[in-house]
Ligand binder design. Structure first.
Ligand SMILES: Cc1cc2nc3c(=O)[nH]c(=O)nc-3n(C[C@H](O)[C@H](O)[C@H](O)COP(=O)(O)OP(=O)(O)OC[C@H]3O[C@@H](n4cnc5c(N)ncnc54)[C@H](O)[C@@H]3O)c2cc1C
Length: 388
């Protein structure tokens, strides 16, 4: 297992970091009211970030999960809303299209995603079932060479601007996990409606989405049955990218805390001279580095997609670590930390998404414990070297 950062990776991350620090950081506060960060997304398209997960033949650069982790970390460090925007393009949806869609659809949509002209939405969560995928009710019927889609989804990001929706759906009413497939729905098609029903504590808006008798060509049904396993394995990339944002936010929170410790005076000295503050900085750093180790290791594991258990462990740790670290950053800033004067209050709010999206930390603990309690081969001494 090798996660050495190459010179090319360092150079690309450096370019992204400069754009983030100079351009995105000053604008970040503007996106707390639900405004879509259109100018940041265009910039990310221009510098090649949005095509990172898209194969070269469709206008992207076909980079790996670790490359995407490194870049999302930089964006997360300055602006959670923009990082979530970028996640929508480099995460599961473009990978699902690249892996399973027919050539005609890939040629049409993927180059536009890579350039930042087209946004993708992913529709999994339903009003009565989020984590509980086998009980999704949205259904499509295959009839006379066409697909007819009906159902409702909720808490959907960027439904108002998406050019294509990647929709998890039951196929022909087949019950349970075996019946779950995936259909691609073009934005603006007759029968598709949405309303931005929710404003979140992170800043972005989320929508309810409805599909009423939407008629689609058969080729849009990219997975017909037993899709859950395949779709969720593509999700192991998402399970590395979501914690990358949490890791980046934590780093941003530590950097801001150190700046503040040096400049803020109390009792005639800078607060960074008090042991109580210095130890907070040290503990934040230790947790960040532990999270980075787990995450980078998960990102380079697996063949097509990262190892599910490693990705789950990295996600759980980084999600929860970022809540602790950003909460400490608020504490370091005293009362100002609770205001919008300093970025740490929005950092704290942004981290709260991590453990909810892309697999909740509870369901991922189920996955990790299943591997341990039910499947560990004690005879071969697996624990001796853990995953190494
Ligand atoms: C900012 C944001 C953006 C989002 N964007 C999207 C999007 O673009 N597309 C999309 O489809 N969804 C999106 N979501 C929704 C998100 O994916 C869901 O909220 C998430 O999957 C959890 O589903 P739920 O909210 O229905 O919670 P539920 O599944 O109802 O879970 C409620 C609680 O029960 C726990 N629980 C459930 N089952 C188990 C179990 N077996 N064992 C132990 N505990 C369990 C959960 O961990 C959780 O704590 C977004 C959410 C947020 C906050």
């Amino acid at each position: 297992m090798d996660f050495t950062i190459t010179d090319d990776q360092r150079a690309f991350v450096d370019t992204v970091r400069k754009v983030c620090q100079k351009e995105f950081m000053p604008r970040a506060i503007q996106y707390l009211d639900g405004t879509w960060p259109a100018e940041n997304m265009k910039r990310l398209g221009d510098i090649g970030v949005l095509g990172m997960s898209i194969p070269e033949e469709y206008g992207g650069s076909g980079m790996g999960t670790l490359d995407c982790v490194l870049v999302l970390e930089e964006i997360g460090k300055v602006c959670y809303v923009t990082a979530m925007g970028a996640l929508g393009e480099v995460g599961a949806q473009s990978r699902i299209i690249a892996a399973y869609a027919p050539e005609s659809i890939k040629k049409k949509i993927l180059p536009r995603v890579a350039s930042g002209e087209a946004m993708l939405a992913i529709c999994m969560t339903e009003p009565d079932a989020g984590t509980d995928v086998p009980n999704y009710r949205t259904n499509c019927e295959i009839k006379g060479g066409k697909v007819i889609l009906n159902g409702a989804k909720t808490l959907i990001s960027r439904a108002d601007i998406a050019e294509m929706f990647v929709v998890f759906t039951r196929v022909n009413g087949v019950a349970g996990a075996e019946g779950i497939g995936c259909v691609l729905v073009p934005g603006g098609i007759e029968g598709l409606s949405y309303n931005a029903a929710y404003h979140t504590m992170g800043g972005e808006n989320l929508s309810d989405v409805r599909f009423d008798n939407i008629e689609l060509p058969l080729e849009n049904l990219i997975i017909k049955d037993n899709g859950m396993k395949r779709l969720l394995s593509a999700f192991n990339v998402q399970r590395c990218l979501n914690p990358a944002i949490c890791l980046g936010i934590s780093e941003g929170a530590l950097e801001e805390s150190i700046k503040y410790m040096r400049q803020r005076k109390a009792f005639g000295k800078s607060i960074g001279e008090f042991q109580g503050m210095r130890w907070k900085a040290a503990d934040m750093m230790i947790q960040i580095e532990a999270g980075r180790g787990l995450l980078y290791r998960a990102a380079v594991s697996g063949k097509q997609f990262p190892d599910p258990t490693l990705a789950a462990m990295a996600k759980i740790y980084c999600n929860e670590m970022s809540i602790r670290v950003t909460s400490e950053a608020v504490q370091v800033h005293g009362g100002y930390g609770f205001t919008d004067e300093f970025p740490v209050s929005r950092f704290f709010r942004g981290t709260r998404y991590g453990s909810l999206g892309g697999g909740t930390t509870e369901t991922l603990r189920n996955l990790v414990s299943r591997k341990l309690v039910d499947q560990m081969d004690l005879a071969s001494g697996v624990m001796g070297l853990g995953y190494f």
